[in-house]
Design a protein around this ligand. Structure first.
Ligand SMILES: Nc1ncnc2c1ncn2[C@@H]1O[C@H](COP(=O)(O)OP(=O)(O)OP(=O)(O)O)[C@@H](O)[C@H]1O
Ligand SMILES: [Mg+2]
Length: 462
């Protein structure tokens, strides 16, 4: 049994006894529920407890539920509030949702399952907010470790591994699809290690020609090659006492693979154009989005180097296999970009949360991050809905296509083409297939009409 201070606390404010009793029965058994019958009682309870969720009746004796929620939110901006309203007041409720109330429920409650689902989602959002703020506070006080969101069991495991290896100073290989957070994980390992106060240097082995990568890593002496006008230390040297992160290691050429192997054997190397051996104490972290063992089997990556760098290997799971992280990540990015762009966007509506959760995220966390960034950039303020997240229903984002997004997704040209084709078909039908008659009926010059109908394959040259 979890300690009681871990259980979600829910405040129900309603003057109607039946609603209070019904909700008390319906709310998760694991929640601590407080019941208030009016504004005064609600204020008192709210001041004394840090509630995870407030379910607020719209019409209270002497108080308006919307105003009361606004008052509460002014004190706790991330408060997740749900408004309960009679059918007659739905318009106000919608306006309240625009101001940041999570959702509204109409009374009498008919669909109890839907009600439970909304409450579940609201509590999930609250957990996400809390995790992020807890994390920020911890980070602000302890170190400058990057905010690394992950509460799914899969990510908990990964974080456990990261914490464990961070202090060990071993070489780490990070594997996982593009956008799963390998680079962020490398930075986290560095910042949790004893090397945290020294440099973290990264090189993308995939993006550079072999000779350039070589001179970047090994450094060179003056005159070592054309253009080497002065001596330059390489990353092996610069990362002394710090961490060297080699990204896209699978793309390293065979020649550099063997040079790297030699360096790793005794941490000594020579600059290009020099014979003087140098030593450097760097910790190596490598990343790849192609499984490296498969590259070894295919003969593209040296087996001996593989075993040197894969002393510990950590695999970042794709986002679609840890859907529990989607909402916390979305809330994190929403907060981040709202602050960055100086806006007050949010919260995410229940429909938006659902859409985010049902997306496949082939581009993983990076794709989710861009999706939220774009929504915040284009949105003035207030709640973020499905359409803000997936304005075009772009199939490359694999966004779920609802009827609304499908309409928005249709390109203007395509919509016009559909319309034209349909129009000319009907026109010719009405004119009995006679183009001159169709021209007369429509007022479109005959030649013009002929060209267009031909384009749509409606009339063909005989
Ligand atoms: N767990 C996480 N918490 C917060 N932000 C994350 C998390 N994972 C990834 N991100 C963010 O997502 C983006 C992509 O992550 P990152 O660059 O680390 O991915 P990657 O695995 O290195 O991708 P690639 O293989 O394409 O280089 C970054 O902006 C990163 O900050
Ligand atoms: Mg990367």
């Amino acid at each position: 049994m979890a300690p009681t201070d871990m259980l979600p606390k829910i405040l129900v404010v309603d003057d109607d006894r039946h609603t209070r009793l019904l909700l008390d029965r319906l709310l998760p058994k694991t929640a601590l529920v407080s019941l208030a019958t009016d504004g005064a009682e609600a204020r008192q309870l709210f001041a004394a407890e840090d509630f995870n969720l407030v379910l607020m009746d719209q019409r209270l004796p002497g108080d308006n539920g919307i105003d009361l929620l606004r008052e509460f939110r002014a004190r706790r901006p991330h408060l997740v509030g749900i408004l309960m309203t009679g059918f007659a007041d739905v318009r106000d409720a919608v306006a309240a949702v625009r101001e940041g109330v999570f959702d509204y429920l109409t009374k009498p409650f008919e669909d109890l399952e839907a009600l439970e689902a909304v409450i579940g989602k609201a509590l999930e959002l609250d957990r996400a907010y809390r995790e992020i703020h807890g994390l920020r506070a911890r980070l602000a006080s302890e170190s400058d470790a990057p905010a690394f969101i992950g509460q799914s069991p899969a990510m908990e495991r990964v974080l456990g591994q990261i914490r464990q290896v961070a202090g060990l100073d071993t070489t780490v290989l990070l594997e996982g699809e593009s956008g799963t957070g390998k680079e962020l994980a490398a930075k986290l390992i560095h910042s949790l290690s004893a090397r945290a106060t020294n440099l973290f240097l990264e090189v993308n082995c995939g993006g550079l020609p072999e000779t350039l990568l070589e001179s970047l890593l090994f450094g060179y002496e003056k005159g070592a090659f054309t253009g080497a006008n002065q001596a330059n230390a390489g990353y092996f040297e610069k990362a002394h006492k710090g961490t060297l992160f080699l990204d896209e290691i699978a793309d390293m050429s065979p020649k550099l693979q063997s040079s790297l192997l030699r360096v790793l054997q005794d941490h000594s190397f020579t600059r290009i154009g020099s014979t003087q051996p140098r030593q450097a104490d760097f910790r190596l972290i490598c990343a790849t989005n192609r499984p490296l063992l498969a590259e070894v089997k295919a003969g593209r990556f040296r087996e001996d180097l593989y075993y040197r760098i894969a002393v510990v290997s950590v695999t970042m799971p794709p986002l679609r296999e840890r859907t529990g992280d989607i909402v916390p990540l979305a809330a994190h990015f929403l907060d981040f970009y709202s602050t960055k762009f100086g806006k007050t966007c949010g919260p995410l509506t229940p429909a938006a949360l659902q859409a985010l959760e049902s997306c496949r995220w082939e581009g993983n966390v990076r794709q989710l991050q861009h999706c939220i960034e774009r929504a915040v950039a284009l949105h003035a303020s207030g709640p973020i809905d499905t359409l803000h997240l997936f304005p075009t229903g772009d199939p490359s984002t694999d966004a779920p296509l609802t009827e609304e997004t499908a309409v928005a997704a249709l390109r203007y040209q395509d919509a016009r083409a559909d319309f034209e084709r349909e129009y000319f078909l009907r026109l010719l039908d009405a004119a009995g297939g006679n183009v001159s008659e169709a021209a007369r009926l429509s007022g479109i010059p005959r030649q013009n009409l002929y060209v267009r109908t031909k384009r749509w394959g409606i009339v063909t040259d005989k």
